[in-house]
Design a protein around this ligand. Structure first.
Ligand SMILES: Nc1ncnc2c1ncn2[C@@H]1O[C@H](COP(=O)(O)OP(=O)(O)O)[C@@H](O)[C@H]1O
Ligand SMILES: [Mg+2]
Length: 237
């Protein structure tokens, strides 16, 4: 579904990603973890098309999207929820969702507005509210809802849980697990390994712009039990 090979990218002449290889199949829910500064957000922004690629390639459903502009990647099946959520603050929730709905029209329709409201009841209650008046948790849910309305094959989320109350995080993770049945692939960037391990079946561990370690399916418990590994890669205990 999503195949990243030898991906190099950074900021201007600065090289941050130094040859990233990632393969994600249909229905995979994969974690991307790593200490602060490891390059996770740089990878997300490169997948989104917001940073120029210095080398390597990104393929989605077999098609090379390495140089497709960001606003056209949705048509290829990619939706990215950026760290800052990028909602139109002065527009209502309904208006933000309608823009995504329009952009998703050319694709197989999996998510209707009704289904989105069923997944995120809090979003349904705020349809006529301006996005900049929502709480952080509500904004995050709108950002994910908007990504789903692009009818994507792959959704990439950059630390959706950061700064949110545990109850909201749980609601979001519950939705992610319900999406598994649709065969949609998800890359979840997550600093908190307790959250990452409960929400994903396997993971890539990034360090200094590389995939330094892979946690295979069923490997989360072993990884977390290995204090040396956890502190080496994540600086957590
Ligand atoms: N706009 C930028 N310009 C230059 N360097 C940056 C920029 N954004 C991030 N970096 C650098 O890229 C590296 C990776 O950062 P980032 O991708 O944000 O890591 P993570 O998301 O894993 O915490 C860091 O060394 C950071 O300082
Ligand atoms: Mg980051």
């Amino acid at each position: 579904m999503l195949n990243v090979k030898g991906l190099c990218a950074g900021y201007g002449a600065l090289k941050i990603l130094k040859g990233i290889d990632i393969d994600i199949g249909p229905g995979d829910i994969v974690g991307l973890v790593g200490a602060n500064g490891a390059g996770k957000t740089t990878l997300v922004r490169t997948l989104a098309g917001l940073l120029p690629v210095q080398g390597g390639e990104i393929r989605l459903g077999g098609k090379d999207i390495t140089r497709i502009p960001p606003q056209r990647r949705g048509a290829f099946g990619l939706a990215v929820v950026l760290e800052n959520r990028n909602l139109f603050g002065e527009l209502t929730v309904r208006e933000n969702l309608a823009l995504a709905e329009r952009n998703g029209r050319g694709r197989r329709q999996v998510f209707s507005l009704a289904r989105i409201i069923d997944l995120f009841p809090a979003v349904g209650e705020k349809l006529n509210v301006r996005c900049d008046l929502l709480s952080g948790g509500q904004q995050q849910q709108v950002a994910i809802a908007r990504a789903l309305l692009l009818q994507p094959d792959v959704v990439v989320m950059d630390e959706p849980s950061t700064g949110l109350a545990p109850k909201v995080v749980k609601d979001i993770l519950d939705v992610l697990s319900r999406l598994r049945v649709d065969g949609m692939s998800i890359i979840l960037v997550e600093q908190n390994i307790a959250i990452a391990s409960s929400a994903t079946s396997r993971a890539y561990v990034m360090a200094t712009g590389r995939v330094a370690h892979e946690i295979p399916e069923g490997g989360w418990a072993g990884f977390m039990a290995d204090e040396k590994l956890v502190s080496a890669y994540l600086g957590q205990h």
